[in-house]
Write a protein that binds this ligand. Structure first.
Ligand SMILES: NC(=O)c1ccc[n+]([C@@H]2O[C@H](COP(=O)([O-])OP(=O)(O)OC[C@H]3O[C@@H](n4cnc5c(N)ncnc54)[C@H](O)[C@@H]3O)[C@@H](O)[C@H]2O)c1
Ligand SMILES: [Zn+2]
Length: 357
């Protein structure tokens, strides 16, 4: 097991990463909190695979456990679902000290965290992420929230968990497409922060694709460490956290123009490659580094070509993105692999050229 200490004063917490950690969840939970009761929130898919088993384990160790399920899908990451969960929490006599343990992907984590942040003005929150994306990205950093109408992720809070338990064995049941989605964020982290990690991924690609336990644990640990270190320096997203947006300025636009038909990870892969092209055009990234990024994305089963979407709509969507300040579009661009810079000096003509290539 590997541990990352997220130091945020009185909101500090540990991220634990390793194989079969869920089997030890009762001990890990009791070492962190003193409680006799716990509420698990999950969805039916994860419940069948892990949730129900976790409930039994926690009950066996003497805890009173209730398990609440939310239907599968991003559309249930909503205020309506939160409202239903508040009612269910009251029905099972959940109190201020009763922790909520979210087990699942980012949808369950974001929604449960939002409920934990707001129910009784905040109850202890524990994350047990079970997708690669959730283990390396969404469970770290305290952004919790729901979607509302076309406001995606815009209703929410900063609310740090008390503990994150990332059991890397759970990734073995993930559909290949979901694993690839997470790989987009893994590659992003290496490109913005750590050249040697980028090399590590390349050298270990066959083992990663075969889900070798030791290599996956190391990969999740190194990616989660990068995000944790950024979050520690910029908890409330007022500066440095911008670097995590590499690939996302264009990625979010692609996602929304495709009406979310293109998944987040795929859109971020396309976004990273297009933004790397912008960096090349601006004279910063080298051509061979662009090729290295492209090769890695395609080896992971991620797209590298922009699908048949209207380029004008994408440009318009970029302008509407929340990263536009004072009419300028903000990008996090790789200077080299392992190093990123923030700029709002990219001319729209260059964005268009990169999109059209
Ligand atoms: N809070 C943040 O900082 C942050 C960052 C990035 C993304 N997000 C959010 O995360 C969400 C996406 O998360 P996601 O990619 O984990 O998607 P997800 O939660 O929808 O999970 C993907 C699919 O995998 C299934 N699943 C989960 N664990 C499984 C397992 N171990 N085996 C088999 N199937 C499993 C789920 O039921 C679901 O069908 C979005 O809502 C996004 O907005 C939040
Ligand atoms: Zn992302």
């Amino acid at each position: 097991m590997k541990t990352i200490k997220v130091e945020l004063g009185d909101r500090s917490y540990n991220i634990l990463i390793g194989s079969n950690l869920l089997n030890r969840a009762a001990d890990l939970l009791c070492e962190t909190l003193s409680t006799e009761k716990c509420i698990i929130i999950t969805n039916p898919t994860v419940d069948n695979l892990y949730g129900n088993k976790l409930k039994k384990l926690l009950s066996k160790s003497g805890l009173t456990v209730d398990l609440l399920t939310v239907p599968e899908g991003e559309e249930y990451k909503s205020l309506d679902t939160a409202g239903r969960l508040y009612k269910e929490l009251t029905d099972c006599f959940s109190e201020r000290g009763t922790p909520i343990l979210a087990i699942g992907g980012g949808v369950i984590g974001d929604l449960s965290g939002f409920v934990a942040a707001t129910y009784m003005r905040g109850v202890p929150f524990i994350q047990a992420p079970t997708t690669l994306l959730a283990q390396v990205d969404s469970s770290i950093g305290g952004k919790v929230g729901v979607d509302h109408g076309n406001l995606k992720n815009k209703i929410g809070a900063f609310y740090q968990p008390k503990l994150v338990i990332s059991d890397t064995e759970t990734l073995k049941t993930l559909p290949q497409k979901e694993f690839a989605n997470g790989m987009a964020e893994v590659i992003k982290s290496a490109v913005i922060r750590d050249r040697s990690f980028f090399n590590f991924i390349r050298e270990n690609l066959p083992a990663i694709m075969k889900q070798d336990s030791g290599i996956i644990e190391e990969m999740v640990f190194r990616t989660a460490s990068i995000k944790a270190s950024v979050v520690m320096q910029d908890e409330k997203d007022t500066g440095l956290r911008n670097i995590l947006n590499f690939g996302h300025t264009i990625g979010h636009a692609v996602e929304s123009v495709s009406d979310f038909g293109i998944s987040h990870g795929q859109a971020v892969a396309i976004g990273m490659l297009t933004e790397a092209k912008i960096s090349l055009k601006m004279g910063t990234l080298e051509k061979n580094e662009l090729t290295e990024i492209e090769d890695m994305l395609s080896s992971c089963g991620l797209p590298t070509r922009l699908p048949e979407l209207d380029r004008d709509s994408i440009l318009q969507a970029i302008q509407h993105d929340k990263k536009v300040t004072n009419g300028k579009i903000r990008f996090a661009l790789p200077g080299n692999i392992g190093d990123v810079y923030i700029t709002d000096e990219v001319e729209p003509a260059i964005i268009r050229e990169a999109l059209e290539e």
